[in-house]
Design a protein around this ligand. Structure first.
Ligand code: AMP
Length: 510
């Protein structure tokens, strides 16, 4: 199918052509005609699938030609500043011959230039919920004539605790409007949200919900927490990775890791919510222009990053919320390119990674690297109990904010809201994640004697030879898919036999 058949104007087709796009992606060919018809849409679209153009192109088409006014005609709500900027870039690129005015507003920067811009008149407003609420309270934005509402990455907005803000924003909008909801995953909460805010939506699905982007090769390496950094430096150097996005759970962890990588002679920068917008933009630009080889990021900071040809994503720590894994690895393999996502899984993260395997529904081969053989016992404790560090510690720090009702004792989503939200002016804090999970997270370290993980192939050591040769020549990627399912005992079995004590695990998670 070509773009010409979708019903878009010549101005838009010209701009799309200049972007070098030849054919619409599946989400674009399915969504664009329905949006042009005026229907509400509920689309499951993973990051990197071209979803931004799937809503910006028909939006520009609809709004063009009706002249510009003082009031906002379309609102695009996004979870993070980076995604807001990303959407703005897309709008600028596709709308260059259309002549509509757009503005982007998010927290963490001076509000006054935003007020000035809004007062001059804006057709399309891209906003994070927190800052938009600020403007609504100050009456510096007029949404009374809104025609189109777009909720982008709705799952992430809910994860970040933005539901109350979204509810208040939507209440202030005209009922007669078109609403589009895009989400990488479709939880019950998202479906409930859609039922409340959308009218008879057309459901657009391009890939099985929760399935990882197909082009991404995934593998896990089992390694002790304390050895992860050295292993990472070794892999990057030995396998000559040129551009690597590394995820940590905490802002502190991101800073620390960037410093350690630098000490190993690699160029690295950290990007997270405590950094000023200027520092984040600078780090991102340096990474994009290859001045810096490694970008270490927390989940929220990395959300929305669109870096062409990003070949490697490393999960230095496994996310507390399994869905985050999909968002993280979606950073690579974008727009049809291949990528490799490597997860470094320590014993305490075994339960979390099992959750991810179940969600992803694809085999993720596991390796053990010679010289980095794990010694920690494997925890079978599920992610919700585990909350190693991140959610719990930071949850405490962010106390005093509002509780979002979703925060159940150190568990996944609440931990995330508080973890990542701390210090961001536009992210509500979730206070009640509390400390309940942290002090005892080592409890599950007796992983028992069951061999074999729920997914069957996980943690089976590479043929008993611990993948020695494949890695010593720096060629582990090529082999990783083939040999992980070998004949050998599962590591889980091995670990459990050596797991007499949970002390080492307990020490690590404290
Ligand atoms: P998104 O999922 O919107 O973040 O888009 C991911 C990447 O795909 C961005 O770099 C877009 O510029 C690119 N892209 C969007 N649509 C197309 C297309 N039809 N053909 C090729 N690349 C595209």
């Amino acid at each position: 199918m070509s773009f010409d058949t979708l019903g878009l104007s010549a101005d838009l087709l010209r701009a799309v052509g200049e972007q070098g796009y030849t054919d619409p992606t599946p989400i674009q060919s399915k969504s664009i005609p329905v949006v042009l018809e005026g229907r509400d849409v509920m689309a499951s679209a993973q990051t990197g699938t071209g979803k931004t153009a799937a809503f910006t192109l028909p939006l520009l088409h609809k709004l063009a030609g009706e002249g510009t006014g003082k009031r906002v005609r379309a609102l695009i709500l996004v979870p993070t500043r980076e995604l807001a900027s990303q959407v703005q870039d897309n709008l600028d690129a596709y709308g260059r011959y259309v002549g509509l005015r757009s503005a982007v507003i998010f927290g963490g920067v001076n509000i006054n230039p935003q007020i000035t811009k809004l007062s001059r008149g804006v057709d399309i407003l891209i906003a994070t919920p927190g800052r938009l609420m600020d403007h609504m309270q100050r009456r510096t934005v007029d949404l009374s004539k809104l025609e189109v509402l777009i909720l982008d990455e709705a799952d992430r907005m809910l994860d970040m605790g933005f539901l109350p803000a979204i509810e208040r924003i939507v209440k202030a909008l005209p009922i007669a409007r078109q609403t589009l909801l895009f989400s990488a995953t479709f939880s019950q909460e998202i479906t409930a949200l859609a039922q409340r805010f959308l009218r008879d939506p057309v459901r657009v699905e391009t890939a099985a919900p929760n399935s990882a982007v197909e082009l991404i090769a995934q593998k896990a390496i089992q390694v002790d927490q304390a050895k992860k950094q050295k292993l990472l430096s070794w892999m990057i150097g030995n396998e000559d990775w040129k551009q690597v996005l590394v995820f940590t759970r905490t802002k502190h962890g991101a800073n620390k890791l960037a410093r350690q990588l630098e000490a190993d002679g690699l160029t690295a920068a950290a990007i997270h919510g405590n950094k000023s917008q200027g520092a984040r933009t600078k780090a991102l630009n340096e990474f994009k222009s290859h001045k810096v080889r490694i970008l270490v990021a927390t989940d929220i900071a990395a959300r929305g990053l669109d870096i062409d040809q990003l070949p490697h994503v490393v999960n230095f720590e496994i996310p507390n919320v399994a869905e985050d894994y999909i968002h993280r690895i979606g950073r690579t393999g974008r727009a049809g390119r291949e990528g490799l996502a490597v997860s470094l899984v320590c014993g305490a993260e075994h339960g979390l990674f099992s959750d991810i395997r179940k969600l992803v529904k694809a085999p993720i081969p596991t390796e053990v690297i010679e010289g980095y053989e794990p010694t920690e016992p494997l925890s079978r404790t599920a992610g919700k109990m585990q909350a190693r560090g991140g959610g719990v510690r930071q949850g405490g720090r962010s106390g005093g904010g509002q509780s979002q009702g979703r925060s159940s004792g150190g568990q996944g989503r609440s931990g995330q809201g508080s973890r990542q939200g701390g210090g961001r002016s536009d992210a509500p804090r979730s206070a009640s994640s509390g400390r309940s999970g942290g002090s005892r997270s080592g409890g599950g370290s007796r992983s028992g004697n069951r061999s074999g993980d729920s997914s069957g192939n996980s943690y089976s050591s590479s043929n008993g030879n611990r993948s020695g040769n494949s890695n010593s020549n720096g060629n582990s990627n090529g082999n990783s898919n083939g040999n992980s399912n070998g004949n050998s005992r599962s590591n889980e079995g091995q670990r459990s036999s050596s797991s007499g004590s949970s002390r080492s695990f307990g020490r690590k998670v404290a």
